[in-house]
Design a protein around this ligand. Structure first.
Ligand code: ADE
Length: 472
């Protein structure tokens, strides 16, 4: 696999390299920030090679008692030589800082991609979890436990292969040692043995893999809670469920990984090592030996049908002519929520006529619309309930389009503003079927389901306002 820096792995020069110094590099944007380090894009002024330069403040490290972690990270990075991990090319220091010259993972965190598309389709989830498995198999063969594997630490290089990073909390097992006394990693991916006995095994990383695979397919980690305490409680009670539409083979695999006893998880040494994991039905078709050279699949969202009258959204089949709901359902639905006409004061007007009588309309809106409080005194052009899908989960929201134009969404039960689809001149709207429409923004696609079956109206109105905003 081509390295982003253009250096072959055997060129790797590790150790304190007196020839390199801060002045040899031009520093660019911040790639990442940790509690005691910053990663900057760095260009070698002579060779023009790009690196991710991790800079650690000596004063800060000593003050925060992080010296062992910093040493650990270097010790681990020096040992690793595998295409699915970031490489350490050189280190140097000056009076203030330590510098680690790492391979640049141009495409950033896999977490960003999960957020952008909601969740990965089966093929993408299979491919990326398979890469993680190969990486863990290698790491564990060196007797190293990562201990903080999570989507933020799984970066992607220019070819869209994984590059696992962040070894500050990794543990190198001594001769014959099977477990590490442990620090506790990130709440949602932490294993039950870490919480209960404060020990980590290699299979604690496999637990994290199970959580990540679940998240790739559904958009959320399995043990998701409003705070760490509740999250830990869910983990120790193995309290998780598979949402509708979760693929069967993946379900089977995840339920063989997310097992409380670390020595009963598929993939662990006591269960026959990596072979049973790699030959699980979910990985049918994966050529493990060729994975680093395999072209990664395009990242596509996983949007299976949610009910029997709902089409799988990835299909191109359009069911616009097959409306099971009567035309007046929208009205009845809205009035059941006490939301009649004032909610859509401009329903029958074209955007051209909206500016006329704006003040009068605003006055009426302020008096009559329950949504007025959320829209910064902008005029509501259209509003209605939608299910906002993220991966396999969805939340009911009041979607509100104003003449700013802006698109707000509100929790209609708590009557709380939950957020906004950031308006952007490059955004566009796509009609999928009579219920489903997508709002594509440069950073993310929003999957929206109008349960009343009037997605076409949303698409028309939002498109009209996008064009209007573009031409003004
Ligand atoms: N952020 C942290 N480490 C990184 C790396 N090696 N490449 C790109 N972004 C990063």
């Amino acid at each position: 696999m081509a390295s982003s820096t253009g250096e072959a792995s055997n060129d790797k020069e590790v150790g304190s390299d007196l020839r390199k110094k801060r002045e040899d590099f031009e520093f660019g944007k911040i790639l990442g920030e940790g509690s005691y380090s910053t990663v900057l894009l760095a260009t070698d002024k002579v060779s023009k090679k790009l690196y991710a330069m991790k800079i650690l403040s000596k004063h800060h490290i000593v003050k925060e008692k992080k010296v062992p972690y910093v040493k650990r990270e270097k010790d681990v990075l020096v040992k690793i030589n595998h295409p699915f991990f970031v490489k350490l090319f050189f280190t140097f220091q000056d009076k203030e800082n330590l510098y680690y010259g790492l391979s640049l993972a141009e495409k950033g965190e896999i977490l960003d991609y999960i957020r952008r598309v909601g969740s990965f389709d089966e093929h993408g989830s299979q491919f990326y979890s398979a890469e993680i498995i190969l990486a863990l198999e290698y790491l564990h063969s060196l007797d190293i436990i990562h201990r903080d594997l999570k989507p933020e630490n799984i970066l992607l290089n220019n070819e869209m292969h994984i590059q696992i990073t962040d070894f500050g909390t990794a543990k190198i097992l001594e001769d014959g040692e099977e477990r590490a006394n442990s620090f506790v990693g990130t709440a949602e991916y932490v294993s039950p043995e870490l919480l209960q006995s404060k020990v980590a095994y290699k299979s604690s990383d496999i637990w994290a893999l199970g959580c990540i695979l679940y998240q790739l397919l559904s958009g959320r980690p399995p043990f998701h809670a409003p705070n760490e305490y509740l999250c830990f409680q869910k983990i120790t009670k193995l309290e998780y469920m598979f949402p509708d539409g979760f693929p069967d083979h993946a379900k089977d695999l995840i339920s063989k990984i997310l097992i409380l006893a670390p020595d009963k998880r598929i993939g662990c040494e006591q269960m026959g090592g990596y072979q049973p994991l790699k030959t699980h039905k979910f990985y049918t078709g994966i050529d493990w030996a060729k994975l680093p050279e395999t072209q990664p699949p395009q990242i596509l969202p996983y949007l299976p049908a949610k009910s029997k009258d709902d089409q799988a959204l990835t299909s191109d089949y359009n069911i616009m002519n097959d409306r099971p709901l009567s035309d007046d359902f929208d009205e009845r639905f809205l009035s059941a929520f006490g939301l009649g006409d004032p909610d859509n004061p401009l329903k029958s007007s074209s955007s051209a006529s909206i500016t006329s009588n704006r003040e009068t309309k605003l006055e009426r809106q302020a008096k009559e619309s329950p949504w007025h409080q959320f829209v910064n005194n902008e005029l509501i052009v259209k509003s209605g309930l939608v299910d906002k899908r993220k991966g396999l989960f969805s939340k009911r929201r009041q979607l509100i389009l104003t003449d700013a134009p802006r698109l707000y969404y509100v929790d209609p039960v708590a009557m709380e503003l939950k957020g906004e689809i950031p308006w952007n001149h490059r955004m566009h709207v796509e009609l999928k079927n009579w219920r489903i429409f997508f709002v594509h923004t440069p950073d993310r696609t929003y999957y929206l389901d109008d349960p009343t079956g009037h997605s076409q109206q949303w698409v028309n109105t939002i498109t009209e306002w996008i064009e209007r905003a573009r031409s003004s």
